[in-house]
Design a protein around this ligand. Structure first.
Ligand code: PEP
Ligand code: MN
Length: 264
């Protein structure tokens, strides 16, 4: 069960030869909301691999509110991710929206992200049991902790033990911040499950000037990692522009976390 059987057990999810979720190190994942071009991802990879972050993110299949908005580069974007992955020797994480995308994404990425909108897509969760790659499961927009844990359970019970939970903010009455970051859930999930728990402050607050303090708060609460959106030209991001950090601000944030990036 995803819920803790023995309080001492902690699942370690390996990301690469040197990085794993659930150990002492706080894992930082950075990159744009969406992969837009090879040039964009080259700039991101060069800057962030030196920061360093432990993995790059970038969506190629994008779950957009409007069907008329940019839907992602698809397989062309996967080729871009594969290029920077090998050129910079850094793991990449990208979202899978349907069962039919699992195979091709698993062939190009080190970890598959399941977005909030698919947290309870049970057929997709079952299929991830055989994906052969670690899964980053994001909390649904209005999912309870119980529902979140049981969604993870679908993946575990279908054969894949490598699941990382991601708190990314939940809907509430106030839209000044895009969502409300539920740090209580982070602490609770650490206590009641044996799975690593990371935090996405970008989608939680939706405003770049609020991202860094919440990233630090997440680490203070015991998060095993962070996933943060950043872009070479934040205002020009094709999606989630308002929450994207500049690459310089991302590097500063990584620097500021170095003293606490090893859990005690
Ligand atoms: C994303 O990571 O770009 C994303 C769409 O996140 P979420 O599923 O948390 O909204
Ligand atoms: Mn996004």
């Amino acid at each position: 069960l995803a819920t803790q059987l023995h309080s001492s057990h902690q699942t370690i999810v390996k990301l690469s030869q040197t990085a794993a979720f659930g150990g002492k190190e706080v894992i930082i994942i950075g990159g744009p909301c969406a992969v837009e071009s090879l040039e964009q991802m080259e700039i991101v990879a060069q800057k962030l691999s030196a920061a360093p972050v432990q993995a790059l993110r970038g969506g190629v299949y994008k779950p957009r509110t409007s069907p008329y908005a940019f839907q992602g580069m698809g397989e062309e974007g996967l080729a871009v991710l594969a290029k920077v992955r090998s050129r910079y020797n850094i793991p990449v994480i990208t979202e899978v929206m349907s069962i039919s995308q699992i195979e091709v994404v698993a062939a190009h990425a080190d970890m598959l992200q399941i977005g909030s909108r698919n947290m309870q897509n049970f057929d997709l969760l079952k299929a991830l049991g055989q994906a052969g790659k670690p899964i980053l499961l994001k909390r649904g927009l209005a999912a309870t902790i119980e529902e979140f844990v049981m969604a993870a359970e679908y993946i575990l019970s279908h054969g894949n033990p490598d699941v990382v939970l991601c708190e990314r903010g939940i809907r509430s009455f106030d839209n000044y911040t895009r969502n409300v970051l539920d740090l209580g859930a982070v602490v609770a999930l650490k206590q009641i499950t044996h799975l690593p728990v990371i935090v996405d402050p970008s989608h939680a607050v939706g405003k770049r000037e609020l991202v860094a303090p919440l990233a630090k708060a997440a680490v203070a609460c015991g998060a095993d990692g962070l996933i943060i959106e950043c872009h070479p030209e934040p205002e020009k991001s094709v999606s989630d522009a308002r929450q994207a950090l500049s690459l310089d601000d991302m590097v500063s944030l990584v620097d500021s976390l170095k003293p606490v990036a090893v859990a005690v």
